[in-house]
Design a binder for this molecule. Structure first.
Ligand code: DC
Length: 247
């Protein structure tokens, strides 16, 4: 099953583009827009870790119960509904998307994402999605380093902690400097946990294009990524701009 955007670009066979980086760099919005621009599907792997955290909360599992939560993930059959644009997340037939950004889930997800057994389960699922959707922009923390090491283009988006905190604050309508400082402290702590965990730590793959987004707005970042993708995978440009390519 392909979404509408991926069907637009059938010539670019097995085109996996990964986007990794810390929270607050705009990866999700940039990744979604990039996927639409290039006619590829979009995989939000953070949503899968959020779903694992939600299942743990609903079932009263301790957040360090690696095997128990991995089993919940396995039994729940976490998957995307690719008929929706953007795809929504399901556990079996139950829609989870509306709960994934709630405060309790946001708080629980980081410890759950650090559990090796849970990561194993979700990494395997992400690779299966990559098989079924071989024209994909996949966004997360370990997509270029662990899940799709053979991706044809890898991006790593970064930004300073202060800029990321301000962006987050703006998203939630928070303008109090003390609250923004608090958001920044939490972001730095989350980065530290993501970078130092034993499995799937956040790191920039050696073959990734690193993009510092401090000075750029989302649209400028997308334009840059599109140009790099066209450069690395020329068929993407040919399919989307047949006239300019002289076809
Ligand atoms: O991108 P996000 O905020 O939706 O991610 C939610 C959490 O899941 C965050 O703590 C990082 C973690 N995560 C991860 O460890 N590996 C991924 N591939 C994606 C997200």
């Amino acid at each position: 099953m392909m979404t509408r955007t991926a069907r637009r670009n059938p010539a670019a066979a097995r085109t996996i583009i990964t986007i990794d980086g810390p929270a607050g760099t705009g990866k999700s919005s940039v990744g979604r827009t990039l996927a639409v621009r290039l006619g590829l599907d979009f995989l939000d792997t953070g949503a899968m870790y959020r779903a694992a955290a939600l299942l743990a909360l609903e079932n009263n599992n301790s957040l360090d119960d690696a095997d128990g939560i991995a089993q919940l993930v396995r039994e729940a059959d976490i998957r995307f509904n690719w008929h929706e644009d953007p795809p929504t997340l399901l556990a079996g037939d139950r829609a989870l998307t509306s709960r994934l950004r709630d405060a309790d889930v946001a708080k629980a997800v980081s410890p759950v994402a650090g559990l090796a057994a849970v990561r194993r389960e979700l990494v395997a699922r992400q690779r299966r999605i990559g098989e079924a959707h071989p024209r994909l922009v996949s966004e997360g923390r370990d997509q270029g380093s662990v899940v799709f090491p053979d991706a044809c283009v890898k991006f790593y988006l970064d930004a300073s902690a202060s800029v990321r905190a301000c962006r987050r604050a703006e998203q939630i309508g928070e303008f109090d400097p003390a609250a923004i400082a608090c958001i920044q402290t939490e972001l730095v702590e989350r980065d530290r946990r993501d970078e130092t965990r034993a499995v799937g730590p956040l790191r920039c793959p050696t073959d990734a294009v690193r993009v510092d987004t401090d000075q750029y707005d989302q649209q400028q970042v997308v334009e840059h990524l599109v140009e790099v993708a066209f450069d690395r995978v020329p068929v993407l440009r040919d399919v989307l701009h047949p006239v300019a390519a002289g076809a």
